[in-house]
Ligand binder design. Structure first.
Ligand code: NAP
Length: 249
């Protein structure tokens, strides 16, 4: 049976766990072949590669640092060699190094900008080539509500996520005439390993402040990625969609 993404190839960065993992599984379930990356979680990356096989699609994990320009370029070349092309890219890899500005050092700032923002430039620049050649593509960048409204203790992270929004809109303007769409998703509070380190009382207060009264799941974000990756969103580009339970309302 023909599925929504049958015959398409997707590349998802940072898929060993959390939101990226949920996205990789969702795209494979919709029929896409899935190439994905991880950096330190080798076993989890291998486990995902095995799990994706149940969807009867081609799936392969690559250990690759999205923050490194040369590695990102080599990765995309390798994915094109292995899969033939790339139709969908999800720039999801990200980290936090929280701290008040007073205590944040240069390394903490630069590390977050490099991993969260330079990675989006690195991968997008490389996938332009196959997408321009085939005159189609969907690029989906994972930003954050923090990039829209800011957050005390996350000046580095907020700057990286706001940067993603400006980058997304610019790329949408540049590549629209070639039928390449570029959109961003701004998740709110999604319960993953990234949020496990937070104080549980704070988490409880956050859940109560969200109109839908719960934290989000990786699948909540993955469903939006599926929409933006597929032809269902064929007239949508340059947009930021909040997946936040109403948090920013
Ligand atoms: P997570 O559970 O910590 O997972 C992060 C993923 O990124 C891991 O697979 C990690 O791989 C990978 N990664 C980190 N640095 C990398 C690099 N340099 N190159 C390649 N992969 C790298 O985080 P998450 O909560 O799923 O977040 C995923 C994305 O959503 C991030 O961009 C985050 O900023 C964004 N987001 C999350 C929330 C939330 O509430 N959770 C809200 C808004 C936005 P390894 O483990 O192998 O290092």
């Amino acid at each position: 049976m023909e599925k929504l993404l049958s015959g398409k190839t997707a590349l998802v960065t940072g898929a060993s766990k959390g939101i990226g993992r949920g996205i990789a599984l969702k795209l494979a379930e919709a029929g896409a072949h899935v190439a994905f990356t991880y950096l330190s979680s080798v076993e989890k990356g291998q486990a995902l590669e095995a799990e994706l096989q149940k969807y009867m699609v081609k799936a392969k994990g690559y250990r690759s640092d999205a923050a490194d320009f040369k590695s990102a370029d080599e990765l995309v070349n390798q994915v094109v060699a292995d899969f033939g092309t790339v139709d969908i890219v999800v720039n999801n890899a990200g980290i936090t190094r929280d701290g008040l500005l007073m205590r944040m050092n240069e390394e903490q700032f630069n590390e977050v900008i490099r991993t969260n923002l330079n990675s989006v430039f690195n991968i997008t620049k490389a996938v332009q080539r196959p997408m321009l050649k085939q005159r189609s593509g969907s690029i989906i960048n994972i930003s954050s509500v923090v990039g829209v409204k800011g957050n005390a203790g996350q000046a580095n992270y907020a700057a990286s996520k706001a940067g993603i929004i400006g980058f997304t809109k610019s790329v949408a303007l540049e590549l629209g005439s070639r039928n390449i769409r570029c959109n961003a998703i701004a998740p709110g509070f999604i319960e993953t390993e990234m949020t496990e380190v937070l104080n549980q009382d704070t988490v409880k207060q956050w859940r109560e402040a969200i109109p839908l009264k719960r934290g989000g799941t990786p699948e909540d974000v993955a469903n939006c990625v599926l929409f933006l990756a597929s032809g269902l969103s064929s007239y949508i580009t340059g947009q930021v969609i909040n997946v936040d339970g109403g948090m920013l309302t």
